[in-house]
Ligand binder design. Sequence first.
Ligand code: NAD
Ligand code: MG
Length: 298
Amino acid sequence: MSDFYKMQDPTTQYPKAGPEYEQQQEGPGLQKEMNPIPDSGETTYVGKERLVGRKAVVTGADSGIGRAAAIAYAREGADVVLSYLPEEEADAKEVVKLIEAEGRKAVAMPGDVKDESYCVNLIETAVKELGGIDILAIVAGKQQFRESIDEITTEQFDETFKTNVYAMFWLCKAAIKHMKPGSSIINTSSIQAYSPSEILLDYATTKAAINTFSKALAQQVGEKGIRVNVVAPGPVWTPLQVAGGQPPDALPEFGSQTPLGRPGQPVEMAPAYVFLASQESSYVTGETLNANGGMVSP
Ligand code: NAD
Ligand code: MG
């Protein structure tokens, strides 16, 4: 069994940040160029047959939290369509290999979720290549810090909303048409939804919208037997944070404000995405599962 499952002190299970965390990449950033490289479960996540035969679409599947969800879904027995940006091919290739190593199907579908036709096509690809869609995990997101509202251009505001909110709307709309009872949608919010940083004005606003959208949609599709839930991570060590998500000089302290005193690793989010996708959460819908190191959330 991997150490990930051994009872241990969660404050020391993964390292605290430190001076070496100060680094910067051009967006969207590559996981393989980070130091230290985040743990997305490549050698740590062990499947327990929770999703055997399921058909999943995961956005942002190349890196960070989406990569952890994609790897976990495959290890639990699902086939996966992976969405990511073309610039992230190097990270995505590694995930495809890991999924295929489990004997599962991996379908790579690079593209831009700001484009409605790409979102529709992504779902159609799952239907065609996997024979349907039972799990839609929307993990892609855009976060660019700005010190002041004056520095947020209309273009940035628009891109943040298109990536985080519009894409969710387009993907859910396209997927629900094909989903059978038992299917599950998992969206990705953040501690920022309720405890916004002043430098993440546009981003935090989208994360609150994601929670509300998911609660409303859960009520609408409950009678179809489709569940809609949300994972709300706290500070997790991923490319998003080193590619303009945080000021680089804040990274040596990343995660230190949480009661557990350290950043989370993407693999620590994977069990939440698996739980909400699997039948184990059959009576859970419209819920936000916070995995944030103990920061206070509603
Ligand atoms: P990440 O950079 O590894 O993942 C984000 C992914 O979004 C990218 O890999 C990219 O593939 C995708 N993406 C961005 N813009 C896109 C576009 N226009 N078209 C297609 N794909 C696009 O970082 P992450 O931290 O794993 O982020 C995953 C999710 O977790 C995001 O929704 C983020 O808001 C959320 N989140 C992260 C943290 C954190 O501390 N890392 C905290 C709370 C919430
Ligand atoms: Mg990426």
